[in-house]
Design a binder for this molecule. Structure first.
Ligand code: DGJ
Length: 729
């Protein structure tokens, strides 16, 4: 429910358990009062106390009863006496900051208005969502700034964005526009973020907040492997299952900033939005600009509580793809099986084996087009290489389909190789600083998606292949960060908008293609998990989590990713041993147990396996198929962290808590240890459950509060995966 009280000037968004409350102050400022568990306010007119203070600035010389720096703003500006990080910086024609934003009006409506040109969480109609817009007006410039809040009562989620409209005569420039800002009262908080790198994406970092500004963000032109567009304030006594957490995630795939400032009074301001040092936007008279959407989740039930809300919300409301609610196919990807060295015969042999193992989708990765026999050529030349595939994509696809499998294809549309027909024909189609040779990454250049003709070309090229009807799945890759960010299609004064325009071009491309081909399942990828963010996930409901396919490395990567994103989104493959990235030898058992946490695939040459190995894979696949619904759509809880010890564990609980799967990984062998036990989460305490391996019966309460005894493990990299089902009372 969303309400406004004329009497107290209080805006409240609340569900049975959540409340988000703001109050108008002096009729012109909007203050943040509360975000957290449901509370009721007594009918008082003023909820923020003010005291006399020394060395403070009065924003309003006519009223010396308050200091602007003392106020917990819903959205703050710099230059008016608030010295904290500003939520927005907008300058007028003479480069003066626009500081006279005064509250103007509000609207409350059912449903949720779309964010033009940007991905956002979806709504299922007017009962699903309610939206509050609070408008501020700058009289000096005619600029309107609108804070937009959508409440999803069934999920306990609030989304936010900011809209700026220039109704004045002169152009103004946006230099910073955060999607969400929250001012917290002093408290003992840690900041939790998900930093990483290529092949070790989304680790978990948690550290006490210090005075000053702490930030994470990306200037790579993509949300990046290094930082995910997510930050959480965590009470310092919060654990996986208890305590308060406030998480903010940005639905955006470009440069972002998550910043947290703890000031002299230990007040905390949190921001999430487009990274300002690589962004500026001229807003001409009559134009408007929308920020990306931020998703705000509060949990009073620890980190598992936070993840539970994000997982359910993203599973049901992030993507508009028809695949959103469907079980995902088990795939074979030829990349680590063949790399560039394949022809049709080799692929068909792999496909045949895969079909025999029970695999449902064959994915042809990089190397099928132009003269791409290495990563030095041909990106942009999206025409099949007839030497490798004489029957073309259609020929290969129809052979694979006649085996009973679906067929998928890899693309990297945003890039071009210097050695390609496309680049020779259109050297001006890349991002490039004039009079400078552009930097290359993985031997490739970045196409300028600010240009309509580039987006149209890519649309036409990819569509012409998908329109043949021979492709059931697309893997959309992106293998380098952006450099030389300058578009010759734009005026010099517009260059501050290039990073954002690139992302808008990308979203247009993805939106049109996914709408045109609703029966094609799209999987995102950026050199592994480099752009694993809700922006891409809106269009592509699954993602290649990391190029690191090592079962043990994946424990950390998948565990960290699960803080925000559900296992359903995580492409996770069984690959060869020794692993191609780490050189580590592991059993087929732990490789499958690690990959089965998420969206299962295989990425190894099945034609060279022994009969025992092949049979084992067949059994893994049949086990996964049996429990696929539970794994992909169950409620996931982390039990033990691979970041803090020698083990990792998690559990996936089915609907009505009638069944669950328990995953346990013992990393290095230890000597002279007694058996340990582990306590489960999320079960029904009153139910009885049977361990289907040992046939032992346990009560839910004993598994949750006394624990489950683990076997003694012999050797490195051991794991167990146990299915429990409800037993008779
Ligand atoms: C990077 C991806 O993450 C890999 O899975 C693979 O598709 C290669 N690119 C192909 O070039």
């Amino acid at each position: 429910m969303i309400e406004f009280s004329e009497k107290t000037g209080i805006f409240s968004l609340y569900t049975g358990t959540l409340a988000y409350i703001m109050q108008l102050f002096r009729g012109k400022y909007l203050l943040h009062l509360h975000w957290g568990p449901y509370i009721e306010l007594a009918e008082r007119s003023r909820y923020v106390p003010f005291d006399e203070r020394v060395n403070m600035v009065h924003a309003d010389p006519g009223d010396k009863s308050y200091f602007i720096e003392d106020l917990p703003f819903e959205y703050g500006f710099r230059g008016n006496g608030d010295f904290r990080a500003p939520s927005a910086m907008i300058v007028d024609q003479i480069n003066a900051p626009v500081l006279d934003f005064i509250y103007d009006s509000y609207t409350i409506q059912e449903g949720k208005p779309p964010l033009p040109g940007l991905p956002s969480t979806i709504t299922m109609g007017k009962d699903d969502t309610e939206t509050l817009e609070i408008r501020f007006v700058s009289k000096s410039t005619g600029v309107h700034l609108c804070l937009v809040y959508t409440l999803y009562p069934a999920f306990n989620v609030i989304t936010r964005s900011v809209k700026v409209e220039n109704t004045g005569k002169a152009t103004v420039r946006l230099e910073k526009l955060m999607s969400a800002a929250v001012d917290f009262a002093p408290g003992e908080y840690d900041l939790l973020t998900l930093p990483g790198s290529w092949a070790r994406e989304r680790g978990i970092e948690r550290a006490p907040l210090r005075t000053g500004i702490t930030s994470v963000g990306s200037t790579r032109g993509m949300s990046s492997h290094q930082y995910n567009p997510f930050a959480a304030l965590v009470r310092n006594d919060t654990t996986e299952n208890n305590g308060e957490v406030y998480g903010i995630n940005l639905v955006y795939s470009g440069n972002f900033l998550g910043e947290v400032e703890k000031n002299q009074d230990e007040r905390i301001r949190v921001h999430m939005g487009i990274e300002p040092s690589t962004f500026s936007w001229n807003l001409a008279s009559g134009d408007s600009f929308c920020s990306p959407e931020a998703v705000l989740v509060y949990s009073g039930a620890g980190l598992n509580g936070l993840s539970g809300v994000f997982h359910k919300f993203y599973t049901e409301r992030l993507s508009s793809s028809a695949f959103r609610t469907q079980e995902r196919p088990i795939l074979i990807n030829n990349w680590e099986a063949t790399y560039f060295d394949f022809d049709e015969k080799k692929l068909l042999a792999l496909a045949e084996k895969s079909r025999d193992a029970g695999i449902e989708l064959f994915v042809l990765d990089d190397g099928w087009f132009g003269s791409r026999n290495s990563d030095t050529t041909s990106l942009g030349d999206w025409f099949v290489n007839k030497e490798k595939l004489p029957g073309g994509i259609e020929g290969l696809s129809s052979k694979i389909r006649s085996m009973g499998m679906k067929f998928g294809l890899w693309f990297e549309p945003e890039m071009v190789s210097a050695e390609s027909v496309l680049y020779k024909e259109h050297p001006d189609w890349i991002l490039r600083v004039p009079n400078r040779s552009p930097a290359e990454g993985r031997n490739q250049l970045v196409l300028d998606l600010c240009r309509d003709e580039v987006v149209s070309f890519l649309l036409e090229r990819v569509s012409s292949i998908l329109a043949t009807g021979s492709v059931d799945y697309v893997k959309w890759d992106m293998n380098r960060s952006l450099t030389d960010v300058y578009s010759s299609s734009l005026e010099p004064g517009e260059q501050g908008g290039v990073y954002h325009r690139y992302i808008l071009g990308l979203y247009r491309l993805m939106e049109t293609l996914t709408e045109r081909f609703p029966d094609v399942l799209f999987e995102g990828c950026a050199a592994g998990g480099g752009r694993f963010d809700p922006g891409i996930l809106h269009y592509m409901p699954q993602y290649w989590t990391s190029d690191n396919t090592d079962a043990v490395s994946r424990l950390k990567i998948q565990y960290g990713t699960s803080i925000v994103y559900p296992p359903l989104f995580m492409g996770s493959h069984v690959s060869a041993s020794p692993n191609h990235q780490t050189g580590r030898n592991t059993s087929l058992e732990i490789r499958s147990h690690s990959a089965m946490m998420g969206n299962l695939g295989y990425e190894l040459d099945l034609t060279v396996l022994s009969k025992e190995e092949f049979d084992q894979i067949r059994q893994q696949i049949s086990f996964y198929k049996k429990h696929r619904r539970l794994i992909q759509f169950g409620r996931f809880y982390r039990l033990e962290s691979p970041f803090s010890g020698n083990s990792a564990a998690w559990i996936t609980v089915g609907e009505n808590k009638k069944e669950f799967l328990f995953f346990y990984y013992h990393i290095l062998s230890e000597v002279n240890k007694s058996r340990s036990s582990i306590r489960f989460t999320g079960l029904d305490e009153r139910k009885r459950y049977q361990d289907t391996n040992t046939l032992e019966i346990y009560t839910g309460s004993e598994l949750m509060h006394r624990g489950y005894y683990l076997p003694l493990f012999q050797g490195d990299f051991q794991s167990i995966l146990v299915y429990f089902t409800e037993a008779e009372q």
